[in-house]
Design a protein around this ligand. Structure first.
Ligand SMILES: Nc1ncnc2c1ncn2[C@@H]1O[C@H](COP(=O)(O)OP(=O)(O)O)[C@@H](O)[C@H]1O
Ligand SMILES: [Mg+2]
Length: 278
């Protein structure tokens, strides 16, 4: 990987919160442009903290972070905001405004790129309806453009959140447990959608997933995180049941045991073969 092909480069990243919690401890990692990586690990492992550092809303306590070759430590103001806009995040809670029509929530993806007055106008009079319509078509709910957002199902609302990120037009999409609030039967469809979008557009896709099965099915690279450290960084075919048992060891039954796509732990977990992978 030459420097131009590297999207993220982390060296010795550490995050200590005010209370003294060490959320990340010496994390080093490189992610190539267009790469797709899933992060798995027990609750409290530091995954969300890592993603907040990657979307530049949280500064590390120590270590170096480069985004697209740029060391972010020295950035502030306009330069920092410009780099932040290159990263779009889809959260577990999609943060949509329920009483607004879908089009307005999608157009909110433009916020930050436009001056405030224009951004607000765009929310009042959807002047960029075409971009919202395109994004909604991409996520499979074009017909919902003018629907009131809170009339949509949970899965549809998460698609709106993805459309909003598409309108933002980032180089990187981060999904922090984007399907944890979605009906399990719809979760795979949404992860697949994000995977397909990333593949078609060359965007880098990083996703925290509660479901190890979804990570193994849709991602060519799996990073296990435990106690603020990287426990393994492997292709799915090399992620053994033993590695997963160690990753989740000691976690409570509810949030711990290696979760499947239904959140249920089979007592002896078998690593399923991944399509297209030897
Ligand atoms: N804002 C915060 N203030 C203090 N401690 C925090 C904060 N956010 C996360 N932590 C702590 O950092 C650790 C990692 O949390 P988090 O990154 O949310 O893990 P995960 O997403 O893997 O569940 C936990 O011990 C958590 O309590
Ligand atoms: Mg989290």
């Amino acid at each position: 990987m030459g420097p131009a092909d590297v999207m993220y480069e982390l060296a010795g990243i550490r995050k200590v919160f005010d209370g003294g919690d060490v959320a990340l401890d010496d994390v080093s990692l490189a992610v190539g442009r267009g790469e797709r990586v899933a992060f798995v690990g027990p609750s409290g492992a530091g995954k969300t903290t890592l993603f907040r550092i990657l979307n530049l809303t949280l500064r590390p306590t120590a270590g170096t972070l480069r985004v697209g070759g740029i060391d972010v430590a020295g950035l502030s103001g306009i330069a920092l905001r410009a780099l932040r806009r290159q990263v779009g995040t889809v959260y577990q809670q999609h943060n949509l405004v329920g009483r607004l029509r879908v089009v307005h929530n999608v157009l909110a993806g433009h916020l930050g790129r436009w001056p405030t007055a224009r951004a607000l106008l765009s929310l009042a009079w959807p002047q960029h309806v075409a971009s919202a319509g395109e994004a909604l078509a991409r996520v499979g709910i074009a017909e919902k453009l003018y629907a009131r957002t809170d009339t949509l199902s949970g899965g549809q609302q998460q698609r709106v959140a993805i459309a909003r990120v598409l309108v933002q037009g980032p180089d990187v999409i981060l999904g922090d447990e984007p399907v944890s609030s979605v009906d399990p039967s719809l979760a795979a469809g949404i992860v697949r959608l994000l995977r397909d979008i990333a593949e078609a557009t060359g965007k880098t896709l990083l996703m925290n997933l509660h479901s190890v099965d979804l990570a193994l099915e849709f991602f060519p690279r799996i990073v296990g995180v435990r106690q603020g450290r990287i426990a393994f960084d492997l292709p799915p075919g090399k992620v053994t049941p033993e590695l997963l048992a160690t990753l989740y060891a000691g976690a409570t039954a509810e949030e711990g045991a290696v979760p499947g796509s239904d959140g249920v732990l089979p007592t002896s977990r078998v690593c399923r073969p991944v399509p297209g992978l030897k």
